[in-house]
Design a protein around this ligand. Structure first.
Ligand code: MTE
Ligand code: MO
Length: 372
């Protein structure tokens, strides 16, 4: 059993698949704190978790033609300036279960919890690439990452991002060795993972073994044959993966974490809580909440965490306390977020349905009954 050596996990996690391990925190724990505690941070593994020895670990950075590759130990990586940032990581499949209610999709049935936020610390990728001799001269180039997790045929997890993002100090792409002040937990990439702020989780390669600069995107299955969006008209007989770009920056997203669907709430006043986030460093500027299915709206209160312009990498938690309209027996609670480019979420999921069930960001809806 290649999974026999996987780490022990927190019992509060809702498990979507045991081998490989995929799990999300329950909604009420997800937004209990701005920073997600490591043990309940959502986990998305495609393969068994490798057991890597930090003393013999080496990260290979392939140099430009004519230069020798760098082979960095964990100590070497610690010698680069340490950079620490708060970044929200979201899987492209977050909220897929709502998409599969419209029509069958292929993928794990994530609910609203395939998203979490941590303080990540490590070396900036731009510093490490510069040390290896790379310059930003080829704007069409890509930085390819390879994990040290692999399937029985020896194929490793892999993904890539454009070189322009990797070399941009303002993009703050990290080779992270710390998560919330601790060494990375095994499930989250020990000893080193990539963190690409504002970009889909699939590019944040864990258990990083190799970095190279290539004229083309990574040839990995997960870059080329997965994590792409399509028209609702495309099915598995007609899909042409080469016709869509790989997902990088994610669209604006929000979800309600309290109350939960089907719950009974007290008459009088209701408290609605949730998260909102947008890709590409776009800040969430507003969250609208409706108690009547979208007929009337109220503006939620956002947390006061810092949002840097164009570098708003982390989510905002929000809440709304509102009177329950007298006589109401049920509430159809809805939320939708707006980012600083005034991007909004689509109102329903059917028009954005796609065969892989990615990019599911329609208005989130929760139905509750009111106690009488
Ligand atoms: N990196 C490796 N090496 N192997 C993987 O299976 N999964 C990716 C990404 N990096 C993956 C990986 C996907 S799809 C996501 S959403 C994130 O890791 C999840 O990161 P997390 O498990 O730390 O939440
Ligand atoms: Mo993912």
């Amino acid at each position: 059993d290649p999974y026999a050596d996987d780490p022990i996990r927190h019992p509060a996690l809702k498990v979507n698949s045991q081998r490989p391990f995929n799990a999300e925190p329950p909604p009420e724990l997800l937004t209990e704190a701005y920073i997600t505690p490591n043990p309940i941070f959502f986990t998305r593994n495609h393969l068994p978790v490798p057991n890597l020895d930090p003393d013999t670990y080496r990260l290979h950075i392939v140099g430009p033609p004519g230069r020798r590759p760098l082979s960095l130990s964990l100590d070497d990586l610690h010698k680069f300036p340490k950079h620490e940032i708060t970044v929200t990581l979201q899987c492209a499949g977050n909220r897929r279960s709502e998409m599969s209610q419209v029509k069958e999709v292929r993928g794990l049935e994530w609910r609203t919890g395939a998203i979490s936020t941590a303080r990540w610390a490590g070396a900036r990728l731009c510093d490490v690439l510069a040390k290896a001799g790379h310059r930003l001269r080829e704007t069409e180039a890509h930085v390819c990452f390879e994990g040290l997790d692999s399937d029985p045929t020896g194929t490793a997890y892999g993904a890539s991002i454009p070189l322009a993002r990797a070399m941009d100090p303002e993009a703050e792409v990290l080779l992270a060795y710390e998560m919330n002040g601790q060494p990375l937990p095994r499930d989250h990439g020990f000893p080193v993972r990539v963190v690409v702020p504002g970009v889909v989780g699939a590019r944040h390669v864990k258990w990083l073994g190799k970095v190279s600069v290539e004229p083309e995107e990574s040839y990995s299955h997960w870059q080329r044959r997965d994590y792409k969006g399509f028209s609702p008209s495309v099915d598995w007989d007609t899909v042409d993966f080469d016709s869509s770009p790989s997902i990088q920056e994610l669209p604006v997203q929000s979800a309600i974490t309290e109350p939960k669907d089907g719950e009974m709430v007290e008459a009088g006043e209701v408290t609605v809580k949730g998260y909102a986030w947008s890709g590409g460093g776009r800040a969430v500027i507003r969250v609208d909440v409706s108690l009547d299915g979208g007929l009337t709206w109220q503006v939620a209160e956002l947390d006061r965490e810092e949002q840097r312009p164009r570098k708003a990498w982390a989510w905002r938690l929000w809440q709304l306390q509102a009177p329950v309209p007298p006589g109401k027996k049920e509430l159809n609670i809805v939320c939708k977020a707006v980012d600083d480019s005034y991007n909004v979420q689509p109102d329903t999921v059917a028009p954005i349905w796609n065969l892989r069930g990615v990019l599911s960001n329609a208005w989130h809806r929760v139905h509750v009954r009111v106690a009488s």
